[in-house]
Design a protein around this ligand. Sequence first.
Ligand code: ATP
Length: 288
Amino acid sequence: MKPVISFSDFSFSYHGRTQALNNINLEIPAGSFTAVAGLSSTGKTTLCLAVSGLVPHYFGGAVGGSVTVNGMNTLHTEVGQLAEVVGTVLEDYECQLVTMTVEEEVAFGLENRGVRREEIVVAVSETLRMVGLPGLEKREVSSLSGGQKQRLAIAAALASKPAVLVLDEPTSALDPEGAEELYALLGRLNRETGLTMMIVEHDLSRILPYADRLVVLEAGRLAAAGKTEEVLAQLVKGNSASLSPTLWTLKHLLESKSDAVFAPWLSNEQAIDQLRVFLRQEGAEKIA
Ligand SMILES: Nc1ncnc2c1ncn2[C@@H]1O[C@H](COP(=O)(O)OP(=O)(O)OP(=O)(O)O)[C@@H](O)[C@H]1O
């Protein structure tokens, strides 16, 4: 698959001091669903900001190398122009909601670009339907629940039909049910529209059912990137097993220490089913 995002020897230091990213070489294929993982302060947010162009255009600092999105070099492209290609929802998504009503929020970017009123009306209702908020056009933003506000921020990012959606820790304020619903929605958008997803998530077990690629950062460097299953195996073998969900770590350890070969799995439920079969075969019926 062709890359829609390419980092080439990219480094960034905030205010020329705190080095957040160090010589990143990374390609994100078009249409992929990429999870970005890493311990705290390893540069995950900065990676997102570099794709949206907010680094370095808004957060100034020292830059090396380049980032290209849809063929545009972010260093030489205005943030507004990049926003047409990259929809970004930051961890503090409420800060991104700036209007009174739901309709105004989704229309905001389109109005700024001079899109005709009739087209905006259609785009607003279509986008609200996509994110599971149909018919809420006239609602006041302040009356929405936290989960609905987050979906609204996603709708506002999607309205201009970007090629890439970048989300930073989208489930940090959601309960497990809300997180599952959000990922089901994002997975469907990715499958049905081919929208490239790049999502920072600290709880990998939530995102793995949807992520076909995994990027891992360590102290601002790229520690691993590639197909999810391969990167998880790398994490378990290397020094980053703590990032791997417990059941995945167990799978890889069992495979390396026995003759077991597990069928691929992505969700915890699939993992538990496979482990039950394994334990039964091992004669551990009581545990299984
Ligand atoms: N606006 C800023 N000004 C100065 N330094 C910053 C700024 N934002 C981030 N940093 C520093 O850059 C480094 C990487 O931060 P970043 O937020 O990208 O990491 P992260 O992996 O997203 O962290 P977390 O998981 O805690 O959100 C950290 O050392 C952080 O303190």
